[in-house]
Design a binder for this molecule. Structure first.
Ligand code: MGD
Ligand code: MGD
Ligand code: SF4
Ligand code: MO
Length: 756
């Protein structure tokens, strides 16, 4: 045997925006080019947004890159087993299996599910839209209906743009209320706020106050000035009581948005029955605390209310998302320095269309249960039934893209069974895990360090106007395609064009089409020669070229030479610390695009749903008296949903998947810390270790999602050592927020019992 020698190191320092979470921290990496590895990672002190902050997951990007379990070659199922194959074989297999299936059963026979990392890897994210279009199916599902869809729906109704999420302007804020979010751990969501701890500390040093409303005394609650424990699922009633108080005590101040708001009259009467006293038992928050919050939000000059996942994945997700913004508006805090503001937009406004159209859901419905489409998607929970139920339009082939619904969605057992029933399944992923183990072909995405990184979505959610861009750290070796090339190739296969058109030509078509549209009258490239524009973007291809086009034609761009001081992608590459354009601006004119041109305070579909909100309230009044437990979720700084459990640096330390329970609830069940307990309800049963915690509100237990690494046919050698349990086996695959199709993943009634 010859001894393997490692090549001598060739080291360099590289800058990188962390690809893991929405905080998008700047990293500095010591890179070894000879061995194509990272020696170490630290926070980039010079980064214009994160200023050196980093969490353990950022450090673990090294282990993610090096993880021997991370897939590097395609897998094809042969004789029941997934075996390594070449790229040509993998694409040939997909073509052989998909083409006849699509020809026989039509585009509806193909389903697509895409998951969270598609928002964090532009090479992937930007190629999904064209892929969906090429397939032409309406059987589209994503993690959005396990996450933020309610906020998108409420923003679309209120502001005319489903991505117009207002974010707290924390650096200038003096009173901040945080509901159902734990940014100390999650590092912020729909709110790009790296170093939340530092910013919160600075805020308090300026005399600002933070209040956390959460069933758990969370890490965030511990750095706040006040914690109000709330019963899960009751946030809507707390918010209605804030509105009631604001009208009752004449605290409403719309002067800042004078003439820019519609639906005020309807709002005035909406909350009148929900007095703080009336909601107090349902929320468990004392009436005087509710009044205090209402007064502080209204009277403090720079105040903001923010709510996230704890309030979103609930049967009232859209209602709560809407009420949060109503409160911010009535208190005079929207689109105002120190309040909640809209983030920076770097692309040119779309050409004004003839009469803006109303945002609508339900333009078509799902086949089996008739769920309305929301933003072109069906609820994630509808995926299993669309595979199971025979008939015209049944899903027979599925493509999963960077998603792990077997763990992230309710009823993974049923979904797993359904996945095995498919005629054909393809997964584009980096691990062989609980979902991709069902595939017939697994296509590995390259390491994120082998792709460029551009946090497009998150710069729109950031607390300052910043722009950053990271070129790839390593080139891609051999015949491995980028993720966008894989998706383009799949697009060509499903549309039957792969023999005539190559990926390059497909990409060229896409960018030319975009340039042509921009060259029309009134467009940013009016009168320019498209060929010259393409030429000016050099050898860039794919999503990188699209990003360059968007940047250069946007409000900060150089318009391809017409505004020489403006930005180019090269300028961003040359500024690895990022470009800081200052604090957020008031942006009503640029953002609000409803047909009326005003903010819609009382959108029709939300108002029509109010009787249901009332019915749930009446039920809760009774339910709050019985003794069941309500289960909520949580996150840990060393996890990211289901897929970072395989990195030793993050897996180490105490078990992170225990059920947290209040001492009194443990005592009444004769449970001691570390005991195993059965957690069960009508949906399922899991058995897991318990952790007694004073931080829990009595009557509420907390179990994180993303665990349950229990299958032999995965390749997760570290994660399977501490498998944990899949909390979503207890979630219902029927309970959704009807306005957004989003699952109720919090406030789940459960029984907890000692095991023998
Ligand atoms: N009970 C409960 N359930 C929840 C939640 C909760 O709070 N409670 N939270 C929900 C939320 S907020 C979300 S976002 C969803 C997440 O739902 P999903 O997106 O379905 O699940 P993830 O666990 O994020 O899985 C991401 C997948 O992408 C793969 N991946 C990672 N990086 C890459 C890459 O670079 N390329 C490719 N091709 N693949 C990659 C991983 O291996 C993994 O398979 O879960 C939801 N589920
Ligand atoms: N370390 C780490 N960071 C992450 C992730 C991760 O897995 N790990 N996931 C990323 C993703 S995909 C997302 S979407 C974000 C989510 O980021 P956050 O929205 O900050 O989510 P969590 O940290 O889960 O905090 C949710 C809080 O809601 C509380 N809660 C539960 N039910 C209710 C309720 O009914 N009402 C109220 N008021 N509170 C409730 C829970 O106790 C919990 O403290 O985090 C992202 N960042
Ligand atoms: S907070 Fe998020 S972006 Fe920052 S280092 Fe950690 S994982 Fe990366
Ligand atoms: Mo999420």
């Amino acid at each position: 045997m010859t001894e393997q020698t490692q090549p001598d190191k060739i080291t360099r320092t590289a800058h990188r925006i962390c690809p893991i979470c929405e905080a998008t921290c700047g990293l500095v990496m010591e890179v070894d080019d000879a061995n194509r590895t990272v020696d170490f990672i630290r926070g980039n002190k010079g980064d214009v947004l994160s200023g050196g902050y980093i969490c353990p997951k950022g450090v673990a990007v090294k282990e993610l890159h090096d993880d021997p379990d991370r897939l590097r070659t395609p897998l094809i199922r042969r004789g029941g087993n997934l075996e390594p194959a070449t790229w040509d074989e993998a694409f040939a297999e997909i073509k052989k299996r998909l083409t006849p299936l699509l020809r026989k059963h039509g585009p509806q026979s193909m389903g697509i599910y895409f998951g969270n990392p598609s928002a964090h890897k532009q090479s992937l994210g930007m190629a999904i839209g064209p892929f969906l279009k090429s397939v032409g199916t309406s059987n589209i599902f994503s993690a959005s209906t396990l996450d933020q869809m309610p906020k998108q729906v409420s923003c679309a109704y209120m502001f005319g743009d489903p991505l117009a999420f207002p974010v707290p302007d924390i650096d200038r804020c003096s009173y901040l209320v945080i509901m159902g979010a734990n940014p100390m751990v999650s590092n912020g969501s729909l709110w790009t706020v790296p170093d939340f701890r530092g910013r919160a500390r600075a805020m308090r040093a300026r005399g600002g106050k933070i209040v956390v409303i959460d069933p758990k005394n969370t890490e965030t609650a511990k750095v706040a000035d006040a914690h109000l424990p709330i019963l899960p699922g009751s946030d809507a009633y707390f918010l209605l009581a804030l509105i009631q108080t604001m009208f009752d005590e004449n605290l409403v101040d719309l002067s800042h948005l004078e003439g820019k708001v519609a639906g005020f009259d309807e709002i005035q009467t909406l909350a009148q029955d929900y007095t703080p006293e009336a909601v107090s038992s349902v929320t468990s928050i004392p009436a005087d605390s509710i009044r205090r919050v209402a007064r502080n939000l209204s009277k403090t000059k720079n105040a903001a209310l923010y709510a996230r996942i704890g309030t979103s994945v609930s049967v009232l997700g859209t209602t709560v998302s809407w009420l949060v913004d109503v409160v911010n508006i009535l208190a005079g805090n929207l689109d105002r320095e120190g309040g909640v503001m809209w983030g920076m937009n770097v692309s040119a406004p779309e050409p004004a269309s003839e009469g803006k159209s109303d945002f609508r859901v339900g333009r078509y419905t799902s086949r089996v249960s008739g769920y309305p489409e929301v933003m072109g998607e069906f609820p994630a929970i509808a995926l299993a039934e669309e595979i199971e139920e025979p008939g015209e339009g049944q899903i027979r082939a599925l493509v999963t893209i960077a998603g792990n619904p077997a763990l992230s969605a309710p009823n993974g057992t049923r979904l797993s069974r359904a996945l095995d029933q498919l005629d054909f399944m393809v997964s584009l992923d980096i691990y062989l895990n609980e979902t991709t183990r069902h595939a017939d072909v697994v296509l590995p995405g390259v390491s994120s360090l082998e792709e460029f990184h551009y946090p497009a979505i998150f710069q729109k959610l950031a607390v300052r106007k910043v722009m950053r861009y990271s070129p790839p750290i390593f080139d891609i070796r051999g015949d491995r395609p980028s993720e966008w090339e894989i998706l383009n190739r799949l697009s060509l296969i499903v549309s039957g064009q792969d023999d005539d058109v190559d990926v390059e030509a497909f990409d060229h078509q896409a960018v030319s089409g975009r340039i042509k549209a921009m060259s029309n009258e009134g467009g940013p490239l009016e009168g320019r020669d498209p060929a010259e524009i393409i030429e000016m973007m050099g050898d860039k291809r794919g999503p990188e070229r699209m990003i360059e086009l968007t940047l250069r034609t946007g409000p900060y761009g150089d318009l391809f030479g017409a505004r020489p001081d403006g930005l180019t992608l090269q300028k961003l590459i040359d500024t690895p610390d990022g470009i800081d354009l200052g604090p957020l601006d008031e942006a009503f004119e640029a953002v609000v695009s409803t047909p009326s041109g005003k903010i819609e305070l009382a959108p029709g579909p939300i108002m029509e749903d109010l009787p249901r909100v009332r019915t749930i309230f009446e039920k809760k009044k009774v339910a709050s008296q019985n003794d069941g437990l309500l289960m909520v979720g949580r996150r840990h700084v060393r996890t990211n949903n289901s897929w970072l459990h395989n990195l030793p640096l993050l897996a180490k330390g105490k078990f992170k998947g225990a059920l947290q329970i209040h001492p009194a609830d443990a005592a009444s069940r004769a449970l001691r810390d570390g005991d195993k307990a059965d957690i069960s309800n009508a949906n399922g049963k899991v058995c897991v270790e318990i952790e007694i915690s004073e931080d829990m509100m009595p009557g509420v237990v907390s179990l994180p999602h993303g665990f349950g690494h229990v299958f032999d046919d995965t390749n997760l050698s570290v994660a399977t050592n501490t498998p944990g349990v899949n909390s979503n086996l207890l979630a219902s695959d029927k309970d959704i927020d009807p306005l957004s199709g989003t699952s109720a993943l919090n406030g789940i009634p459960v029984q907890v019992q000692s095991v023998g």
